[in-house]
Design a binder for this molecule. Structure first.
Ligand SMILES: [Zn+2]
Length: 105
């Protein structure tokens, strides 16, 4: 089973084309890559949630599955957790100051 990038980029909930955030190498599979998408449809119940599409080294795209390819669900706290995670990511990229993780006790 395979799918096209156009299909795979759609929001899994509302099936609108989602916004491409970034792409990068697959952390576990050599030469495969991951593309991160975010639903931009403000009528979608999953708005602001992302999903990840895997591109195999041969260019095929496996059918999306629930589980490891999905983002972990973020707590519904109006983006506070997401903002923290983004700030952490930024800090990691810059190698700068450590920001407390919301998941740390
Ligand atoms: Zn959507």
């Amino acid at each position: 089973m395979k799918t096209t990038l156009e299909e795979a980029s759609q929001c899994p909930t509302c099936h609108e084309p989602a916004l491409k955030l970034r792409e990068g190498p697959h952390p576990q599979r050599a030469r495969a890559k991951l593309i991160y998408f975010r639903c931009a449809n403000n009528r979608c119940p999953m708005q602001g949630q992302g999903h990840v599409v895997q591109i195999n080294p041969d260019g095929t795209i496996p059918i999306r599955q629930a589980g490891p390819k999905q983002y972990p669900e973020l707590p519904n706290d109006f983006g506070q957790t997401e903002a923290k995670l983004r700030a952490e990511l930024e800090a990691q990229r810059r190698g700068g100051a450590e920001i407390a993780s919301p998941y740390r006790p």
